[in-house]
Design a protein around this ligand. Structure first.
Ligand SMILES: [Fe+2]
Length: 242
């Protein structure tokens, strides 16, 4: 029996697919074919020459991001093969499954990060995201103070402005590495990488200067678009339908 599983259908996935042929579980018999859509790294030529970010810093950072994409594809293939071979109860499967969340987070957070760079750093006061920021934080300045403080926290990770689809509230959250502290059910609107690799080439250990450069290069149209792409969930009898 042949069975095809499409793991992802995002628009930026590669056209080519990874195919895994493996022996199906012994109790079912026969062969199983898994077809897994591979991710393809996004290019960011529009960021070249962005003020505050050297060519070398951006090139190295994008190359590092491409490694996450490669590892997501490799792990997808490996996990599918282990499952098809009936090895889903092994320690190897469990560790690779945990690793997948870290690699996928690294891939997607970088795409959100590069995707919200390349702008002038000033949101339109009449934009919906600016209005939502004022409603949740009192003022744009109060939000920015909190966002910068979140990004300046010791450790490696991300500062993320989230929108809660249930309440509409916005939060600044710290994401540890790529997979700790993400707010479930919330949508990232603005993402700032604060791993040392994001700034050490240009700013040494002066993270505050990098954060200033980031704020001056934010593409707020991207954040506003993400805000619109996640309408609030309907509430039925006091419970959100998620
Ligand atoms: Fe990074």
């Amino acid at each position: 029996m042949k069975k095809t599983i499409i793991a992802c259908a995002l628009a930026f996935c590669a056209a080519a697919a990874l195919t895994v042929n493996a022996q199906q579980n012994a109790d079912k018999g026969g062969n199983m074919q898994l077809t897994i859509q591979a991710y393809k790294a996004i290019g960011y030529p529009g960021l070249a020459g962005m003020p505050g970010f050297s060519e070398k810093l951006l090139a190295d950072h994008i190359k590092l991001y491409q490694g996450y994409v490669n590892n997501v594809n490799a792990l997808s293939e490996k996990l599918a093969a282990l499952l098809a071979d009936g090895k889903e109860k092994t320690p190897e499967y469990a560790e690779l499954k945990r690793r997948f969340g870290w690699e996928f987070g690294g891939m997607r957070l970088h795409e959100l990060y590069f995707g919200n760079l390349g702008g002038a750093g000033t949101p339109r006061i009449d934009s919906h995201v600016h209005k939502a920021i004022r409603e949740s934080f009192g003022s744009y300045e109060a939000w920015q103070k909190d966002f910068k403080a979140t990004g300046a926290m010791r450790g490696i990770g991300w500062a993320v402005l989230y929108k809660d689809k249930v309440s509409g509230r916005l939060f600044n959250a710290w994401v540890n590495e790529h997979d700790g502290g993400q707010l479930a059910g919330c949508v990232p609107l603005l993402v700032m990488d604060v791993f040392e690799h994001a700034y050490i080439t240009d700013y040494r250990l002066e993270r505050a200067k990098y954060i200033e450069a980031f704020m001056n290069a934010v593409e707020w149209e991207a954040a506003d678009r993400r805000f619109h792409d996640c309408p609030l969930r309907p509430v039925d009898g006091g419970r959100a339908i998620l």
